[in-house]
Design a binder for this molecule. Structure first.
Ligand code: DGY
Length: 326
């Protein structure tokens, strides 16, 4: 790869599928992150200082301080759909285009949300650990007898693309009644298609056997589900989170699991991830996974491909395919 002043410079901040990332070399000089380490904010500022474009994941925080240190930056492309790690207003103010990766992960993430719901309600993780630990000595009627999923009521908080994909699975595959809470109500046609009815958050919490969180994160929804909301949920209800960890007050959830009011929980995201609150690690009836809801190989390839295509488009002066607006 040769250096040329005419070619833009791009930082690939994390490792991803090398064959897809290599497409960037057709338009830019690319600096890779060979060992997939995560830069500190200071290291990221230094590496981005002379770059025109950046390929990032949700481990790179893009804020005003970083942008001010990177005056040539024209485009930040995250391979995630979530953009809570990016200060969109600060980017817009400096003319930096932000792109993200919606749509391509919708169905895979919905599959995983459903898998977590089933695993939590039916206690699959606890049961598997019990068997592996050699503790299974006899069949008995109450052994890991959990809650039903089919035919029950699912409350979905956040009815965007992923919420709607989960609603389809619930209504059409599992015969569930679907309630949803969202800032904007869906059209009558979409509500009919998903067999879903809008509720206020307290109504949804009080009427649902299972509650699934699939909303985008912002400071406004931090601890949206705290002790009062958990208390509003039905006794024995399940809580599933495939949104962002910060939506749930994890200490309050651990207490509600210990106390028995919450029947089970399935969590793919955590407020301080990759650190996990020790209170959750020791809580009963909770399935914990390391932020992998979109992690099928075809989907992760599609996310990287979209991020690369977005970068190339903007660097070539074209409109991005999927811009993230303020
Ligand atoms: C996303 O794309 O936002 C997923 O949560 C992975 O970060």
């Amino acid at each position: 790869m040769h250096e040329s002043t005419a070619r833009p410079r791009v930082l690939v901040a994390r490792a991803a599928f090398a064959d897809i990332l290599a497409e960037l070399e057709s338009v830019a000089d690319v600096e890779y992150t060979a060992d997939d380490h995560i830069d500190t904010p200071q290291q990221l500022r230094v590496r981005l200082a002379d770059k025109h474009g950046a390929f990032i994941t949700n481990s790179e925080r893009i804020d005003a301080e970083l942008l001010d240190a990177c005056p040539q930056l024209r485009v930040v492309s995250t391979m995630t759909v979530g953009v809570d790690h990016i200060d969109l207003a600060a980017c817009a103010a400096r003319g930096v285009v932000v792109t993200h990766a919606p749509d391509v992960l919708t169905e895979t993430t919905a599959d995983f949300g459903f898998a977590l719901l089933l695993a939590a309600a039916r206690q699959i993780a606890d049961a598997e650990r019990y068997l592996r630990e050699g503790r299974w000595v006899k069949w008995s009627y109450g052994l890991f007898a959990g809650a039903d999923v089919h035919g029950t009521t699912l409350g979905i908080v956040g009815m965007g693309r992923i919420g709607q994909a989960i609603a389809r699975r619930a209504a059409h595959g599992f015969g569930m009644r679907v309630l949803y809470h969202n800032r904007h109500r869906l059209s009558d046609a979409l509500e009919a298609q998903h067999r879903a009815a809008w509720r206020t958050l307290p109504e949804l919490l009080g009427e649902s056997d299972h509650v699934l969180l699939a909303l985008p994160y912002s400071a406004a929804v931090r601890h949206l589900i705290g002790a009062p909301q958990l208390a509003q949920m039905r006794p024995g209800a399940t809580l599933v989170n495939v949104a962002r960890g910060g939506v749930v007050d994890e200490a309050a959830l651990a207490a509600a699991l210990h106390g028995g009011h919450i029947g089970a929980a399935g969590l793919d995201v955590f407020e301080g991830e990759p650190a996990v609150n020790p209170l959750l690690l020791s809580a009963p009836r909770v399935v914990l996974t390391p932020h992998i809801a979109s992690a099928s190989v075809p989907t992760r390839r599609a996310m990287v491909k979209l991020a690369v295509d977005n970068l190339i488009a903007v660097l070539q002066g074209r409109a991005p395919l999927t811009a993230a607006g303020v």
